[in-house]
Ligand binder design. Structure first.
Ligand SMILES: C[S@@+](CC[C@H](N)C(=O)[O-])C[C@H]1O[C@@H](n2cnc3c(N)ncnc32)[C@H](O)[C@@H]1O
Length: 480
């Protein structure tokens, strides 16, 4: 049967200009190669406004009187607001066990707590923080001034956030008992956040890009904690770095930041202190080159393990079962090369210390030395790839990742980082292939299986990340 012609032309001549304005204004570089998806959303606004093409619509957007309201409607159309309470259990565990107790202890004199949920969508994230603050502060909550700011570019989600009513889906991770303590059942499978927790949270419209052009409100400052999760995945990597830097500047001197469970980004570790908490990475304001002060209140707690953004600490449990050891053993069987576990441990420690202090050149030299004694160590080649990438030596980094994969073809994090590198290098086809291999190599693993050299990343998180990157790297694919 012959395909029916599409009654609406796919794109019009003014669309490219409209698209670049949309990306420029929202940061959503995601749409760069997704004309059909963006067009579908723009078309809804064309229908609503009765305009016939992109150029007429852009004229409306640029109109000083009606433009701002129409921008709001278009922004609401093109943003993706999936969220739910206590999303990323590991991050909320870190907030409960380490981050909030550290802040509360340090702020005991002023009893003032300032939190910003940037890109908060319908409010599940800031309300989860209010609930958590209440649970931690207990009866002393009343003696504290806790202010939680939720911001978003999308007016519709902010309206819903202020109503504070949620359905089962947004509450899916909460036990009934906790839900009943913090919400009122309003019937029809809807629950409303109780007034005392709503009063801790306020919402404001805010475009993260305004942090870069000086128009962001100056009172958005001195935050003890900033969460900006699952927002920056849609932005160009350079914009991400700039926004993370600007958010850092809005933090209190000792403030904390949690980003989405993203791929290890060596740049962030040069901008901030990076702390590995169980299952997640947290950032603290600081030069990024000095380790956390040994006098920090919770430094001795087991949860503040180390200072290691770029080169992950070996995970003892996972490492004992599989990891590098079998990789080395397998390789050694093939070639009779000596297996040097102790030496490897020391060298890796030194490499980590250097890399995590931002001294990538020294880390690369040490890695080279380590590889001279252990040329069949897949993990070392992988770390060398990460370090070379941080140094901007992409071609060499690519070779290092390939070597680690030659030694262990199922090394998921190597496939993944190679894929990201290739995409960055403008090589979409091999980049997508590597990402697909990464997902395939963890396909049979349980969701919570921690990945070797994954810095706490689980099999499910990698599968999810690969899906997002493939989606962004493949013009014809759509966001689910
Ligand atoms: C996927 S939701 C994440 C919600 C929440 N942070 C979480 O992780 O559950 C992303 C949110 O970021 C918002 N967003 C997208 N671009 C933005 C921008 N330029 N400035 C502020 N918010 C933005 C979207 O409107 C959306 O509500």
């Amino acid at each position: 049967m012959a395909a029916r012609p599409d009654p609406v032309p796919l794109l019009d001549a003014g669309f490219p200009h409209l698209k670049s304005r949309v990306i420029e204004r929202t940061g959503h570089f995601y749409y760069q190669d997704k004309d059909d998806l963006l067009w579908e959303r723009v078309r809804k606004r064309l229908r609503a406004t009765g305009l016939s093409d992109s150029s007429a619509y852009l004229t409306l957007l640029e109109d000083p009187i009606s433009g701002p309201a129409e921008w709001g409607k278009l922004e609401a159309e093109i943003t993706i607001g999936e969220t739910f309470f206590f999303r990323y259990a590991e991050q909320f565990a870190a907030l409960r066990a380490t981050i909030l107790p550290e802040i509360i202890e340090r702020k005991a004199a002023t009893r003032r707590l300032r939190i910003w949920s940037a890109g908060c969508s319908t409010g599940a994230e800031p309300y989860s923080l209010a609930i958590l603050a209440n649970e931690i502060l207990g009866e002393s909550l009343g003696t504290w001034r806790v202010s939680i700011l939720g911001t978003d570019i999308n007016d519709n989600v902010l309206k819903a956030a202020r109503q504070a009513r949620f359905g089962k889906w947004a509450l899916r991770s909460m036990p009934d008992e906790q839900r009943d303590r913090y919400f009122l059942n309003t019937g029809k499978e809807q629950w409303e956040v109780r007034r005392e927790f709503r009063s801790m949270v306020r919402f404001e419209r805010h475009n993260l890009l305004s942090l870069l052009d000086g128009t962001s409100p100056l009172e958005f400052t001195d935050f003890d904690l900033i969460l900006c999760r699952n927002v920056l995945i849609y932005f160009h990597p350079d914009t991400v770095t700039q926004i993370v830097g600007a958010l850092r500047d809005r933090m209190d001197e000792d403030g904390w930041m949690l980003l989405g469970h993203a791929e290890p980004n060596p740049v962030f570790s040069t901008m901030m202190q990076t702390l590995n908490l169980p299952g997640t990475v947290a950032y603290r304001r600081g030069a990024g080159t000095a380790p956390l002060s040994t006098s920090a209140p919770l430094q001795s707690k087991a949860t503040l393990q180390d200072w290691r953004p770029l080169v992950p600490e070996p995970r003892p449990a996972a490492r004992a079962q599989s990891s590098t050891q079998p990789r080395l053993a397998k390789a050694a069987q093939k070639t009779s090369f000596p297996f040097l576990p102790e030496a490897k441990g020391d060298l890796l420690g030194d490499i980590r210390t250097r890399a995590n202090a931002g001294d990538f050149a020294a880390a690369a030299v040490l890695c080279g030395k380590a590889l001279a004694t252990e040329p069949l160590n897949a993990a070392l080649h992988f770390y060398q790839g990460l370090i070379l990438r941080a140094l901007g030596r992409s071609a060499e980094a690519e070779k290092s990742f390939l070597k680690s994969l030659y030694l262990d073809k199922n090394f998921a994090m190597a496939h993944y980082n190679l894929g990201l590198l290739l995409l960055d290098e403008g090589k979409p086809a091999p980049g997508r292939r590597s990402l697909t291999h990464a997902a395939q190599s963890v396909a049979a693993m349980a969701d919570d299986h921690p990945l070797d050299e994954g810095d706490g990343m689980t099999a499910k998180e990698l599968r999810d990340l690969v899906r997002i990157h493939l989606d962004m790297a493949t013009p014809s694919r759509r966001k689910a």
